[in-house]
Design a protein around this ligand. Structure first.
Ligand code: HEM
Length: 180
C-alpha cells in the first residue's frame, strides 16, 4: 500500500500513545523505516505487521485498532490532507455513500498504482444503505466499520454498522448494513 497509509498509522499511534510507543511498535514489527514516503508503494505485509505489532504493544484487539484507524483516516487524514476530494464526495451521508463506488477513481489520479477496494451500494433507503465491500485483502472489515463511523462524525450522524454477509459464500465480498 502507499506510504500514506503507514504514515497515518504512525500519526494515530504518536498522537494517542506517544513517540516511544511508535518506536516499540516498529521494532516489534521489524520495520526499519525512519520516514514513510506518501507516494511510494510498500508491501502490504509491512502494514499488516504494523497493525499486528500495535495490537500487541497497546494490548488491544485488532478490531479496536482497525476501527480507530478507520475513524482517524476520515476525520483527520482525509479531511486535513485531501479535503477537496472529501468535499467533492458529497455534502451529506446519503450522497457520500452513493458516490463511494467512484471515490477511489479520483484518488487514482494522484496515486496511479493504487489497488483500492471496490464498493457497491444497494437497498438505498432514506437513512440506511447496503454497502458491498470487495477486496482481495483479508481482515479489514473493522477498518471499514471505522471508516463508516468516521463519515458519520463528519456529517454529524450517529452511524451503526452491521455485517450482514461475510466472505463465506464469496471470498472477497462482504455486505454491511449502514444505518443512521
Ligand atoms: C481522499 C481520501 C482517500 C484517499 C487519499 C484514499 C487512499 C487510499 C489508499 C492509498 C489506500 C491503500 C491502497 C493502495 O495503496 O493500493 C486505500 C485503501 C482503502 N480505502 Fe481509501 N482513500 C480515501 C478515502 C476513502 C474512503 C472515503 C473510504 C471508504 C469510506 C476508503 C476506503 C478504503 C479501504 C476499505 C481501503 C483498504 C484497502 C482494501 O480494502 O483493499 N477510502 N485508500
Amino acid at each position: 500500500m502507499y506510504g500514506l497509509v503507514n504514515k497515518a498509522i504512525e500519526g494515530l499511534v504518536v498522537e494517542n500513545y506517544g513517540e516511544e510507543a511508535w518506536e516499540r511498535i516498529k521494532k516489534e514489527a521489524e520495520v526499519d523505516v525512519d520516514l514513510f514516503v506518501s507516494n511510494e508503494s510498500y508491501d502490504d505485509s509491512l502494514t499488516y505487521n504494523l497493525v499486528g505489532a500495535a495490537c500487541k504493544i497497546l494490548d488491544a484487539p485488532a478490531e479496536t485498532v482497525l476501527e480507530s484507524f478507520g475513524k482517524y483516516w476520515i476525520t483527520r487524514v482525509a479531511t486535513e490532507s485531501y479535503g477537496h476530494m472529501m468535499d467533492a464526495g458529497g455534502s451529506n451521508l446519503t450522497e457520500f455513500m452513493q458516490n463511494l463506488p467512484n471515490f477511489h477513481t479520483r484518488v487514482s489520479m494522484i496515486f496511479p498504482n493504487l489497488r483500492p477496494p471496490r464498493f457497491e451500494v444497494t437497498d438505498i433507503e432514506q437513512k440506511s444503505i447496503h454497502l458491498h465491500y470487495h477486496s482481495h485483502r483479508p481482515g479489514l472489515q473493522s477498518f471499514v466499520v471505522g471508516l463508516m463511523k468516521g463519515l458519520g462524525e463528519r456529517f454529524g450522524d450517529d452511524v451503526t454498522v452491521s455485517l450482514i454477509e461475510t466472505r463465506s459464500s464469496d471470498p472477497i465480498h462482504e455486505i454491511f448494513k449502514v444505518s443512521w
